[in-house]
Design a protein around this ligand. Structure first.
Ligand code: HEC
Ligand code: HEC
Length: 190
């Protein structure tokens, strides 16, 4: 009986005042987009041409990765020159300027449905709330998952004089949870 009562309490709908408003949700989305549109993230989150960017380094904007690097369909450069030829899979503090960044995972581009480079806030908003285009995550899982992604961790601590996206990873996780609780609103559509 106690278990039943507990289950009923847990299943009770959240009080209306606990649900963040659409405006709060949109403000949280703006914070998320300020990160996902930053070169530290969009340099990898590129489309099916498979060319990573050096945008946001000293080379100026709209600069593609040097040495004609192509990720190919494999997204790891298997067809031409593997990313790992230079971006060795090893933990590193990435302290040397202009050395290839390294993490303890195979350096690679995300699947093309996660391409964000040059896209509007509304486009990326619609992508990230849809499991078909966010790598298969329900919103609550996505927030938790980001805390364990080595790519995201590197983006917030890239080392070697590279600038970082605004805020911290914790701020981003809080914003994602708030956006999710508000029903993942995007400005152009519900
Ligand atoms: C070195 C390339 C690289 C960089 C830089 C990068 N990502 Fe990613 N990202 C990936 C890959 C690859 C995936 C696909 C999942 C996987 O293979 O781990 C991914 C997936 C994601 C996903 C979908 C959920 C998931 O992890 O599968 C989100 C959200 C994300 N990245 C956010 C970011 C943010 C925010 C930044 C900047 C702080 C960033 N990424 C920087 C490569 C990168
Ligand atoms: C021949 C060596 C080499 C190969 C192969 C290579 N890279 Fe790089 N990469 C570099 C170097 C060097 C830098 C740093 C450039 C600088 O800071 O001036 C770099 C930087 C980057 C950056 C910029 C990180 C940032 O946001 O500051 C990304 C993204 C990147 N590489 C992705 C890739 C991907 C994806 C592949 C495989 C498809 C790849 N690279 C293959 C040498 C390489």
């Amino acid at each position: 009986m106690r278990a039943l009562i507990l289950a009923l309490i847990l299943a009770a709908p959240v009080a209306a005042q606990d649900i963040p408003s659409r405006d709060d949700g949109l403000a949280a989305w703006d914070e998320i987009f300020a990160v996902t549109s930053h070169p530290r993230c969009t340099n990898c989150h590129v489309g099916d041409a498979g060319v990573p960017m050096w945008n946001g380094l000293i080379y100026g904007s709209d600069t593609v990765h040097g040495m004609h690097v192509q990720a190919g369909e494999s997204r790891v450069g298997a067809e031409t020159m593997a990313c790992r030829t230079c971006h060795i899979s090893a933990q590193s503090d990435n302290a040397t300027p202009h050395a290839p960044p390294m993490i303890d995972d195979a350096w690679r581009l995300p699947p093309t449905e996660l391409a964000w480079l040059g896209k509007t806030s509304d486009k990326v908003c619609a992508q990230l709330r849809n499991p078909d285009t966010n790598d298969g995550f329900a919103m609550d899982e996505l927030a938790t998952h980001l805390e364990t992604s080595l790519f995201v961790a590197w983006g917030f601590a890239p080392g070697a004089g590279r600038d970082e996206p605004p805020g911290t990873l914790d701020d981003m996780v809080v914003a994602l949870k708030l956006w999710a609780a508000a029903g993942t609103p995007c400005a152009a559509n519900p």
